[in-house]
Design a protein around this ligand. Structure first.
Ligand code: CP
Length: 335
């Protein structure tokens, strides 16, 4: 079985800290090495990206490897997912053929595949990324799936470790924010697991109707319990922000979207005031402000917050490069 990297929750404690320590060393001494000379990685994108595609490409380059980005449907054939189907539609190739072929070319495959928002069971079990992993004979790296974004989580954990002195029992707040579009639950799920694994007390602040999946909450709760910290949920932002050490903002769709796209949009519109403001940040204990990016200024967060000393979103994005370099080295056996 190839060594896939699909979920941060599945990474053993020892490996996790080995990866973070290696990323920190690589950040301190950034240079081009030849440790992965002759290796190549395919980056299969079903959806758009700025940071992930760039940082993975540069990560491979700085290790002496080669990365090739493949945009499905744009230069790469549209792909069919459904088994035993008559392929007389748009899709020219089946993933059952495409993934084994790519497995013959590359030494690892990064995949970004967002939710379809049609079937909650499929999305919440991350069916698509798992299907690709099953079909692949090389390691698959999850570059954001329907329900997880483990590379983001790894970078987030690195950022927390850099800025929060002794994270254990410090207060991490994951706050829902308004967004004009219904967004996946992948990043909030991943941030929740990263925070829980950091040993911080975690608060999820969200309006009614925007609860995260109970299975992900339970996973986070069990990491918190193991580390002696707590996980709470609230719809009171003032209480949530008070005394916080990390504010992590993110929008995500209500689960209502699986029943009615219009109803979900109407519910989301009711919470346009869920924007991270300077006034809210002033309630914190000099918290750092985190966001995975891209971020809509004046919608998710006041511009002043992003231009203030609270903001760490640019370093957070930079850390994606360092953790992914560490991850590629680990996947390719340089441990
Ligand atoms: N945070 C993140 O994954 O950014 P991109 O969507 O631009 O890759």
């Amino acid at each position: 079985m190839p060594q896939h990297f699909l979920h941060l929750a599945d990474v053993p404690e020892g490996t996790l800290y080995q990866l973070l320590d290696m990323a920190q060393r690589l950040k301190r001494n950034r240079k081009r090495e030849q440790v992965a000379e002759g290796k190549s990685i395919g980056l299969l994108f079903f959806n758009a990206s700025l940071r992930t595609r760039t940082s993975m490409d540069i990560a491979a380059y700085e290790l002496g490897a080669h990365a090739l980005t493949l945009d499905v449907g744009k230069g790469v054939w549209p792909l069919e997912w459904q088994d035993s189907v008559i392929m007389d539609g748009i899709a020219a190739e089946h993933i059952r053929d495409a993934i084994p072929v790519l497995s013959r070319y590359f030494h690892a495959l990064g995949v970004r595949v967002f939710p379809r928002f049609k079937n909650y069971e499929e999305d919440s079990t991350d069916w698509a990324i798992h299907r690709i992993a099953e079909l692949s004979s090389i390691p698959v790296i999850n570059l954001e799936s329907a329900f997880d974004h483990p590379c983001q989580a790894l970078g987030d954990l690195m950022t927390i470790r850099e800025h929060v002195v002794i994270p254990r029992k410090k207060k991490f707040v994951l706050t829902w924010a308004y967004h004009p579009r219904a967004l996946p639950m992948s990043v909030p799920n991943a941030a929740l697991i990263a925070a829980a694994r950091s040993g911080m007390d975690v608060v999820v602040a969200r309006p009614e109707g925007f609860e995260l999946d109970e299975r992900v909450m339970e996973q986070a709760r069990s990491f918190c319990e193991r580390l002696g910290s707590r996980l709470e949920e609230t719809s009171n932002r003032t209480e949530a922000f008070e005394g916080a050490h990390v504010i992590y903002a993110k929008s995500w769709a209500s689960r209502l979207i699986y029943e009615s796209v219009d109803e979900e949009a109407r519910l989301r519109e009711m919470y346009r005031d869920w924007i991270v403001t300077m006034d809210l940040m002033k309630l914190t204990d000099k918290a750092i402000f985190m966001h995975c990016l891209p971020i809509r200024r004046g919608v998710v967060v006041e511009e002043a917050v992003l231009e203030s000393p609270f903001a760490r979103h640019i370093e957070q994005a930079e850390n994606r490069l360092h953790v992914q370099k560490a991850l590629l080295r680990w996947i390719w056996g340089d441990r």
